[in-house]
Structures are given as C-alpha cells and as structure tokens.
Design a protein around this ligand. Sequence first.
Ligand code: CU
Length: 316
Amino acid sequence: MASGSEGGFWLPPQGSTAAGGVDGLFDFIYWLNVFFFVLITGAVVYFVMKYKRKSDDQLATSQVGHNTLMEATWTFVPLILVIVIFAWGFRTYLNLTVAPEGAYQVKVTGQKWSWNFTHPDGTVNTGELHVPANRPVKLLLSSRDVIHSFFVPDFRIKQDAVPGRYTTAWFQAKAAGEHQVFCTEYCGKDHSAMLAKVLVLSEEEFDAGKWKVSKPPEGMSVADWGGDLYNKVGCKACHSVDGSKLVGPSFKGLFGREEKIQGQDPVMVDENYLRESIMDPQAKIVEGFAPAMPSYKGQLDDAKIDAIIEYIKTLK
Ligand SMILES: [Cu+2]
C-alpha cells in the first residue's frame, strides 16, 4: 500500500513533501512540449497543404526574406521559457539535495544485492527502512562493492551509492505507509531483485521503538520469519530453495548433509556451519563455487540468524 496524495496519470503517489514540487515541474515541461508539438506540427501540416503546388504550370513562389518580429519572437520566447525551467529546476534540485538541519540520519549501504540501513543508535536493518512520518530523514549512502542507486519513486528521490565515498539524499514522508525502493543502477545479475521497503510509521509508533526489536511479526513462526528474511535480506538472489544452482548452492536439503569444501576436509552441515557461512563466508568455500558471498556480520543479529537457520532446516 502506498500512501500520500495521488501523483497523477504518469506518476506514482506523492509520498514525500518534495514530490509535489518535482511533479509540478514535470507537468509544466510536459504540457509545454504538448503545446509546441501541436503548434509546430499543426503549422507544418497547414503550410504543406496551403502552399502545395496546385498545377504543373504554377510558377515557383517568391523567396521570403527576413521578418525581424518573427525571428525575435521565436528567439526570446524559448529563451525565457528555458530560463524559467532552469530557475524552477535548480530550486527544486536544491530543495531535494540540501537536508534541513536536525534531520534524522540513516546510513544506507548497498551491496550485491540488498540494502542495509544503520540507524543513529546502531540498529541495523536489511531490506526495511523504518522512518517517522512528518520528520525530515537524511540518508548517507555508500556501497560495499559496485555502484548502486537508491530510488524511491513515491518520494521522487534517486541517489547513487558509490563504494569509497558518501552521497546524501533526504525526504520527509507525508503519512504512515509503505513505499518501494529499487536499485536503479545496473549492478550485476540480480540487480532487479535488489529491493527494499521504506516503512513510514507514525511519530509515536516510531519513537516507541517496537520496530527495533528483533522478533517474528505477530502470529509468524520463527522458521517462517526466517523465510521472510531470506527474501528481504537478499539471500534469495544467490540461493534457491528448489535445488537449482544460482551464484551459490541451493538451500534445499542442505541441513545435515556432508558438504565438500575447497582445500579442506568435508563438513557436516549443522547450525554452527550455517552460522559461520553467514558471518564469515570465506572461512569455508563450498566446492564448485566462487568466494562471492558477502559477510552479514553486523547486519543480522542473533535472532535473525537463528530464524534463517530454522528456515533452512525446513527445506528438506
Ligand atoms: Cu544495485
């Protein structure tokens, strides 16, 4: 469910305070284009018909020289229009770029293929960014591997997440609700699965801090929560649950089997091995696979790791 006012025919709902300004400029440029398209093609069609040579013996019409008034008009009217678009665009851009003082700051880290959100008190969430409604939120973005781009259409914000440097973006959500996040910089095989949600809570709900507690949502078993995390945290991008081989081995039938490890003795897959595979993936590389898995140390707390392990156990 998206919340906020409607965005119009072309655009998603306006979920942030900045969205109205962006849409206003978009609509202005759009209708300006429609106006001139109709005017110019209309004139072309009209003149083609009006000045068509009517018969073989009709003489060529005379050449037309300068018309200072017309030339001045088609120079200065577009000049004024592009200056208006520039000034309007620049103001809107600055408004999108410069976060207000005292904004709530969240660190956003992109990695193949998930988004991690670190809150000021150290709470880390993957795939879900919890923010309060009606309060400015500043994002400090970076990446652990390649260039990603953080895009929230409902908020009209899009910013690159670049390894080795910080970029910023900010927004103020208008109401409680849920908004889709995309990665919009092609970053490899599962780029299109690099999704997250912005969960806007009412200020009271946000301040109460219940969202920080790491436990399954109401009425969900631990294993089901693990399955939910498997989707949200991004394991799904590299690990199937149906036995098919992706970037990493499938989780199907993994628990309890004997796994061949490159350059080491085979291991029995138990809870400790699964935990180590998640926290320190390079410690034991499975035979036939590349060391392509990022570590989830500092991103998944014990409760979440336990839940994922419980989920893997159910995949017989
Ligand atoms: Cu990406």
